[in-house]
Design a protein around this ligand. Sequence first.
Ligand SMILES: Cc1cc2nc3c(=O)[nH]c(=O)nc-3n(C[C@H](O)[C@H](O)[C@H](O)COP(=O)(O)O)c2cc1C
Length: 366
Amino acid sequence: MDTNVTQLATLFQPVRLGPLTLKNRVVMAPLTRSRAGAGDSPQAMNATYYAQRAEAGLIISEASQISQQGKGYAWTPGIYSDAQVAGWRLVTDAVHAAGGLIYCQLWHVGRISHPELQQAGGLPVAPSAIRPEGQAFTETGLKRHVTPRPLTTAQVGDIVQDYAHAARAAQRAGFDGVEIHAANGYLIDQFMRTKTNYRTDLYGGTLENRMRFLTEVAQAVLSVWDADRVGVRFAPASAANDIADSDPQTTFGRAVEIVGGLGLVYVHIIEGQTGGPRAAIPGFDFAALKRSFPGLYMANNGYTRDMALEAIADHRADLVAFGKPWIGNPDLVSRLRNHSPLTVAPQSAFYGGGEGGYTDFKRLDK
Ligand SMILES: Cc1cc2nc3c(=O)[nH]c(=O)nc-3n(C[C@H](O)[C@H](O)[C@H](O)COP(=O)(O)O)c2cc1C
């Protein structure tokens, strides 16, 4: 038999994800587009954009802050107020009407923010008072990051409660599940990794202590959602947002073991530098993470059609998430299936703006 036909059959075959049946294994990765409306609420054009991409086996929403404090970029949507729930309901209804499924990515940026984005111009928070290199994207332009305010032990508990609140909001908004964003140098990653966690309380020091915040956040989300509707995203080899770890294989080996023990339905792994080289940490063993996780393994980062076909056929991944290709190709699954050319969206369209560069990319069959 022609191997390519077999491979195609596998990538485009339905797969079970907890109680859901995904119609294929091509996932839309979370993509911040900075186009929320007033009050950080999704609006009609966001519903149009997501519904256009409903042929994905699963859509993961753009990262959505669990509180004002969790916000780090201009015009990103929240998932905590009633108005935001109503806005997201437009999105989930439109996706479901188009035959799709959508998870909500729950986000707290920690130190990757700026006083302009915080309530009353306050300082962003973090495990420790370590200023990140880089700049925040605010409504008035790029601003150098500041030294964050280190959280007290009690304040860490308050944020765990904010995750539970946001998880409930996601349920009320009609999402099919949630993804805990523990990647890319944001708050959970800041607790897990050694470069950003100098704490001496229960949330820092030993590996188990660095894992405590992840564990408590996952437990808080599981107080709302069944485990078979909760996934988590890690970026073990990524330095995104000025982060690093002294022993990433051990750190993320343990993180995956913990979420596996809690019964989460998938791990979503950014293999390499987010949006960059896949071999960012030479020798990092992603296969070991997959082997140690009982649920599904979702692979991401720089996947092409051929790479996705091979990864699924070789059982190196159960699902493949594509990011940038979804921006310019609302019919990405059809294009991959038919081996059609892909539209490359210009970077200028990524963040902020209106319908242009957002809902106006055409399907090939229209
Ligand atoms: C415009 C843009 C926005 C992104 N927003 C998010 C996000 O909200 N949450 C997240 O976890 N990753 C985000 N990412 C990372 C992508 O999900 C993905 O990991 C990355 O683009 C690599 O996959 P790709 O090579 O298929 O694009 C974003 C990437 C881009 C280009």
